[in-house]
Structures are given as C-alpha cells and as structure tokens.
Design a protein around this ligand. Sequence first.
Ligand SMILES: *Cc1c(COP(=O)(O)O)cnc(C)c1O
Length: 359
Amino acid sequence: MIPVTKPYLPERDRFHRYVDEIYDRNWLTNNGPLVSELTNRLESYLGVRNLLLVSNGTIALQLAYKLLNLKGEVITTPFTFAATSSSIIWEGLCPVYADVSPESYNLCIENIESLINETTSAIVPVHVYGNACDVEGLARIAHKYNLKIIYDAAHAFDVSKDGNNLLNYGDVSTISFHATKLFHTIEGGALIIKDDELYEKAKSMINFGLSSTGLLGKVGTNAKMSEVNAAMGLCNLEEINKIKASRKNLVALYKKNLGDLVKYQKNDTGFSENYSYMPILFKNYQQRHQVEHLLLKEGIATRRYFYPSLEEVYASDQKMTVSRELADRILCLPLYSQLREEDVVRIVAVIKIAIGEHS
Ligand SMILES: *Cc1c(COP(=O)(O)O)cnc(C)c1O
C-alpha cells in the first residue's frame, strides 16, 4: 500500500544522541536548552524574529486569537483543514466564510469587503498547500477596516519572496510542526509575532501566565514544547534541504507525466513553492471519483483534502460555490520524500487508465 503521506524520520543515531543528552541533563521540558536551540535555528533558517515554539498548530491559532484579543466575527476560508475554523469557534468567535479563488485556492480578496461589519475583528487566511495568499491585498483591507490578520501558515514552512519569509506577514502567523507536515517535531507548532510586547505576553501565556519572575501575571494555559519534540525538530532541520529537494523532484515528475490531463493550483504572488502537497484538479466529480477508486484498488491512497467542506460541518448557510467545487474535484496524491520515482510513474499510469476508460 502506498500511503498519501509518511512522516519523515531523521537518522536514528542523531536522534539518539539528543535523547542521551536529555537523559544526562534530566531537563525534559519548561523551555529547555533544545527548545531554545531549535527556536534560534528556526529563526535564522527562516529569517523571522519572535518565533515561539508551542505544543501544536491548533493551540498556536487559539493563542493568536487570545493574544490579539479578538471579539465577534472572524472572516476565514472554508477551503482548509478543520482546525482553522474549529479553533475560531473554540475561542468563542464566529467564523464567517469568504469563498476562495478557483486558481490559487486561497481567500479571494474581492469576496471579503462585503462581509465586514462592526463586529468583525480579524481575517484568518490560510496559505493553502503552501501557496502564498495575496498578502499585500489582505494588508490593504485590514488597514482600511482596522482588522487584525492571523495567517494560518500551517502548510507554509519555508516559503519566501526576494528573501522575505511569508511568515513575516500579518500580526501573527502560526505554523504546524505535526508529523505529517513538511518540517515536523512529531507534535508541535509555532507563532511568529510581529509586536515585541505581544511576543513577551505570549511567552507567559503558554506557561500558565507566569511572568519571568515566576509571579502569576494573567490567566494562561500550558502550550509548551518538550525537549524530545525539539530534538526531533533539530534532527529534521539538519535534513530539510534533502527533504525539500526530493519532494521538488517528485512534484516535477508528477507534473511532467500528468501534463495537462489535470489542472494545478496556481501560484500568482511570486512567492516560492514548498512542495508540501500534490493537489490535482479533475474535470468533474465523477472523474475524480473514478480515479480515486481505481488508485485505491491498486493499493494507492489519496486524500480528498479538504472534504467535507466546513460550511457543512459547522452548519453555515453561506454558499461557497468555488470551495465546494474544488472539494468535489480535487485529490491530493501521495507525496513524501521516501516515495520512489517508479511509484510516481505507476500512480500516473493508473490515473491515465482511470480517465481514459471513462472519457
Ligand atoms: C495541520 C493543520 C493545522 C493544525 O495543526 P496541528 O499541529 O495538527 O494542531 C491547522 N491548520 C491547517 C491548515 C493544517 O493543515
């Protein structure tokens, strides 16, 4: 069976050396030396500041909303993983959906302004599949209506334009380091916070609200990353260029062999790609369905990422025509660095049979 994704495991010996260190120090969590080291290395690798490591990408979103003191309605995209909307609802906020662009699959700027009212406090866009949103356009709207922007950048590890990392946009960007993501710490995530004061506040917030002097400041929570998670991150960061190169190669091979048989997500902002997913768009629901089933019969897993659509899950009565259409027609193909080139060739051959048989 070829899975749709497979977590990357770094060299075993390297990870063991870190685990030995952890044993010797007997310092397991609470901002230990490996968490500090990973923070510094990520900040310099990505070219960001005020990066705060946390226990997962969902809590990173929740913390961002708390930190910015959001109230009322938050405009977001339905075409994303469930955590984007569920974190909003979990924090007592109301998600209001704007439909996405059929080309980039990201929030469509033209759909946002009509949804803004006096209770709107923020926009939560997603750089879906690592494809950069129109960050300039979103900044203009946020400025005009005095709204905060929190980017759910869970898919957007190491995406940049002219040397500027995508995570530098918005009041806060959050990222996930879950095992299935491009760069991972098993479970984990981070906030990248523009404002220095808010960054200090967030550090206390993830540690029960304790201040640097150990006194209780405000109400907080526990969202700290452990040393073992940081060790996995340090190992993976050593190998990230190798991971990215193999994925880039596989994506190119998929596109070369598939050609214009299917459609691809468009990158129209000039930011780099990170090859975190391999979404392809079929002609219609039926074609997608046929391909999915023939692949499965051949032992090849795919994912209807993202389905079901969130407006169904959260019972919104908003009509999200484009997102629905994408959810009907899209399929994410297997992509992970250990995937073999001959597997990609075989997967494409099966897709061609499935389409040919029924066209
Ligand atoms: C993975 C993901 C999250 C949640 O991250 P976790 O680390 O799994 O909590 C949030 N948003 C999107 C778009 C994701 O893909």
